[in-house]
Design a binder for this molecule. Sequence first.
Ligand SMILES: [Zn+2]
Length: 367
Amino acid sequence: MMPHFSYKTSKKDLQRRGTLDTPHGSIQTPFFMPIATRGAVKQVTIDELKGLGASIILSNTYHLFQRPGLEILKKFNGLHSFMGWDGPILTDSGGYQVFSLSKMRKITDEGVRFQSEIDGREIFLTPESVIETQLTIGSDILMVLDECPPWPCTREEAEKAVKRTIAWATRSKVYFEKRMKQKRIAPEKRPLVFGIVQGSTFLDLRKRCVEELSKLDFDGYAIGGVAVGEGMEDKQTIIKAIAPLLPADKPRYLMGLGKPEEIVFAVQNGVDMFDCVIPTREARHGQLYVRKGAITKKSFYETIKIGNEKYKFDKKPIDPHCPCYTCTHHSRAYLRHLFSINEGLALRLATLHNLAFYLDLMKELRK
Ligand SMILES: [Zn+2]
């Protein structure tokens, strides 16, 4: 099989700089994926995303499966043409959502049964059905179904989840390869499939999970179950211990993380891919990022609450050094005003800025 990933490692730490090839183009690593859970990055158009430098977006199998549903996606030949995005798309398997959102779920070795919180119907997900759904979506990077245990959990619970995650990963890979053969997909059109490492805060369980998943020769490896409520110290311990163990010739993806300083830390420990709701969600709450200096400094940014009284007469942009549309056109005082009257434009302008902050941070990390 063709290698999809090439990289160089920094001389001073474990940081990598690379290129990941997908059916919808190559992406420079390390990169950040804006979240388009239901096929839209909230408030932002495709052209705006491209203008901000987003090279790939993340969407969610669980949500797309329910709405718009597979029938519509099939009619459109997948999510790319449905939403008008021609770049790479990664889809989350939905495992995390099933375990965190849905009530009335029942997990067996076969799969997970749960009730839709939208229309109450019963849905049964298996490792195979989740791969098939992602093929229908037309994802460039598919994630396998895994079991993400809650945090905190006992060692027994974590061990059980790891065992099931490995068994499901094996079934997912077998099914994926079978479907690739059946569909006779040309090597350059072949999507990538990633395994997910679980094990909670038990490093030996995570190591075992890495060893078993590595044998399955996935196109990339993700560290899952990290941003689930544990503290910064636990997160750092897991990243530091596990990221360097993942196969070096494959991209490494830290799921659901994180704050800017967490991303910098993970990149320095050899992680290549990130996604997080923080920049877009905080933007909608008027929480905005301002750069303070070089990434090497401990506090290289701060967040400001734009609704604060002190910005009432502030003529400065959110961040004078930010090249985004918001900062080149509007003052803090105007943005504060838009938030105070609940104007939809406020959410758009704030989202554009926070995404610019994250994507510019990645650009800088790639230098
Ligand atoms: Zn800006």
